[in-house]
Each structure stands twice: as structure tokens, then as C-alpha cells.
Design a protein around this ligand. Sequence first.
Ligand code: 0K2
Ligand code: SF4
Length: 338
Amino acid sequence: MSATPSRPSAADVPDTDRRRVLLAAPRGYCAGVDRAVIAVEQALEQYGAPVYVRHEIVHNKYVVKTLEKKGAIFVEETSEVPEGEIVIFSAHGVAPEVHKEAERGKLATIDATCPLVTKVHKEAVRYAKEDYDILLIGHEGHEEVIGTSGEAPEHVTLVDGPSDVENVEVRDPEKVVWLSQTTLSVDETMETVDALKGRYPNLLSPPSDDICYATQNRQTAIKQVAEEADFVLVVGSRNSSNSVRLVETAIAHGARDGRLVDSAEEIDEAWLDGVRTVGLSSGASVPEVLVDEVLEWLAGRGWEDVEIVQPVEERMQFSLPKELRKDLRAEAKSRMSG
Ligand code: 0K2
Ligand code: SF4
């Protein structure tokens, strides 16, 4: 008598063959992004369209498009904003010169710079006053680095990763401090700092971490996910430093591969050939709706089983920019007549 082969039921599928998603937490919006996006929405409600925003309020295509539909106009320079209008500065911060330009252009401003970026600006001002050479670890051309450097251009030298350390020159090796962009890889930054300390043993460190809590927490979570994930998807835009860092961190911590996608539409099914466990996270500028769409996309292809991996709790909140409590239209008009 020959045995009839029976199809395995779900309960028979060995754990190692299960298709599952490891969903990192915390992920998505941080307190600084939430505050900046709400600031634009509230300005539109309070003053009506248009409201100008200098630079992408946060580095996310979907957020920018959604706010554009509501009446926000994104520009790269304050000189593009008509006299007497309202302009919002992005979460990444601006150099003092930009505030002066806005004043010269008779603009009313709302500063949506994240308070944790402002903290780094203040550190730059303080160390410049004490005549330190400031080694700012960050990515060349990134909006935040441009803003922070602008606080003390004559004191700041940009250090773009460990390989840039050999190019650094300082006036006095005994009077050097390092600061950093808030959205870097924690591990790579420590490598850069170690290399700098090799050259300047008395290098001073910032009084508290410049890489912010949100960047650190998202990297901690993706590291844990990457230990078990074959493949990692990170939702975020290409110009979002913290989002790009999440893919790199995942690959450095065990994921075989990983990709950054703006939305579910960009996922290529071929990436998931032979993949059992997909890791999923999103950058600090990414609304949760985009993660939900990726989860739906995965569920439709057999990855229905979702486990949350949350090594750290997060509860930070910031109050809205104080300028939203004033009548800015009236203020701008009086500037024009004054
Ligand atoms: O990660 P990035 O600094 O490129 O910026 P976003 O993607 O907009 O994330 C928010 C961070 C803004 C300031 O730190
Ligand atoms: Fe602020 Fe950090 Fe968010 Fe940047 S990533 S906006 S520094 S909380």
C-alpha cells in the first residue's frame, strides 16, 4: 500500500520556513519632525495659503507633496520669497545669515528648526567664542551641516567620515572640540572620533550627544531586527540622512541586503526571492501611512505574520515654534510700511 502525501498545514511549517516581518520600533516620525510638519499645517490654517517654506521642511517626498497640495510653497532661498510673506525654516536649521536675509527681505519667519539641532548650533557658538577649532562631523552639503557651520564659519572644519580625518588641519592641537550632525551613524561617528583622537589626544567631546535620541533609537532597533532578518526594507527618501543610515546599519549588523524605498510602489519582488524574514523600519521623516502600505504589500505576498521588535521606548515631544502664537501677517505688513 502506497502512502498518500499530505499537504503540510500551517502548524506543520517549521519555524525556520515561516514568512514573517520584523517591524522595528521606534521608527518613523521623531518629535522634531512632528513639530515641523504641524508648524506648516498650523501656519496654513492660521494665515491661509500660500505659506513659504525654505528647503524641504523634512527630507520626505510624500510630506512635501502633501503640504504643497495644502498650499505650501517650497523654495531653496529666502530671496525667492516675495516681500511681506511668511517663510518657515526647515527642521534642519539655518545659518544666522539666513535670518538676516529674511529680515532684509521684510519676511515674517517661523523657525521650525528642531530644538536638538539648535542645541548643536549653541555648542558651536560657545566653542567658537572660546576660540576652539571645531571639527564638525557630518556630510558635506547636507542642509544641517550648512546651518551649523554658518554659526562660526571661521572656526568650523567639516570632517566627512573616518577617511576625511587625515585631511584635517587645526591651529592648536590642544584646543580642538568635535561636534556632529544629529542624524549620523553612531558607529561610524565613533570611528571618526577615534581616528581624530589618534591625531589629537586632547580632543574635547560635546557636553552631551549631538546624534539625537531618535537617530540613536532607530539604529538600535534596526540592529536588533537585522540579527534575524534576511532582508531589510527601510521607508524613507534618498536625501534623508537618517533613513539612509538605517539601511547601512542593518547591513552592517547581519541583514544580507537592504533597500530604501519611498513607498511600497518601489519594492521589486525579485529582492525577496528566497527571503523568509523581512525587517522593516522607517526614517524619522516618514509618516506611518507609508509603512502601513508596505505592510499591506508584504501581507499580500505571504508575509502576514508581523512581530514588533522594540528594544527602546520613546516618548519625546516638543512644543510648537513660539512664532505661531503671534499675528505674523500683521507683523509683516508693519515691517513693509516701516
Ligand atoms: O536625516 P536628515 O537630517 O537628512 O533629515 P530628515 O530626513 O528630514 O529627518 C529629520 C531630521 C531633521 C533634523 O535633524
Ligand atoms: Fe530633531 Fe533628531 Fe528628529 Fe532631527 S532626527 S528633527 S534632531 S529629533
